[in-house]
Ligand binder design. Sequence first.
Ligand code: ZN
Length: 144
Amino acid sequence: MIRKMVEIRYPGTEYRYHVYADGILFLDIASTNKTAVCPYCGYPSAKVHSYHTRKFADLPYNGHELSVNLRIRKFFCSNENCAHKTFAEQFSFIKPSEKKTTRLIEKIISVYDGASSRKATTALNAAGVRVCKATVCNLKSKYR
Ligand SMILES: [Zn+2]
């Protein structure tokens, strides 16, 4: 079940393990990409510089708040004319420096669109999305 969810929600990654603690599902996944394209110049690279973990939140899974650890690679850019020596691989489901997936942000904003920030926060918390009022307001001003 969870492996299938990882396959659907996080293309380019694979399931490693998961644990439940305090009603939260902690999920560990890892990138399966052997190469990545430099976001600055568009050159592909297969030369790994280092490994990192990105932690982010996503829509709940089976009613559980979801916290994801994603192991990613940092690559050397293979283009010697590129201004960036290294870059982190990117994923379709989350923006580069974001702590929430794009679909989670869209969900938060869509709930907020029809309600006050207080009502939206209450509804989101009831649905397993842990956010505070300030986050809801910030996301809306950032993305709308
Ligand atoms: Zn580059």
